[in-house]
Design a protein around this ligand. Structure first.
Ligand code: FES
Length: 138
């Protein structure tokens, strides 16, 4: 797997401190429920940009995403636009189980992205922290 950040690539399978911005991963948080290993990881920002219990919008490899840092410290990433009518999911309210869209209050489960209100599911992306950097696989 490789990580793209600006104009550099970071091979997570064979980390090295030479020529990378990240160096050897030292700390990692609990993984997202989305299955990793299907896409390319992108450094989108710093975990410290997201207050606990909130979400922020980022772009990963040209895809607009919303990343949440839950109060238990876990990270979750999903599509930026709500599948119901395009609401800004990064501005939604969340607890440890669901994300609620701010526009019409549809709720989506972090476990599998399914809506509790019958809307189409949200897409979940693998996300993790490496030395304070947010890596999202798209
Ligand atoms: S746009 Fe998200 S619930 Fe309607």
């Amino acid at each position: 797997m490789s990580v793209t950040h600006a104009d550099s690539t970071y091979d997570t399978a064979h980390p090295t401190t030479e020529g990378t911005e990240l160096g050897t991963p030292a700390t990692e948080t609990a993984p997202n429920t989305a299955a990793p290993g299907r896409g390319v990881e992108h450094v989108v920002g710093r975990v410290s940009e997201i207050p606990p219990g909130e979400g922020r919008a980022f772009v990963a490899g040209g895809t607009q995403i919303a990343v949440f840092r839950l109060r238990d410290g876990s990270l979750h990433a999903t599509q930026a636009a709500c599948p119901h009518a395009g609401g800004p999911l990064a501005d939604g309210q969340t607890d440890l189980n669901v994300l609620v869209c701010p526009l019409h209050l549809y709720a989506y489960k972090w476990s599998d992205g399914a809506s509790t209100n019958g809307a189409p599911p949200i897409r979940l992306f693998p996300v993790r922290e490496v030395d304070g950097a947010l890596l999202v696989e798209v």
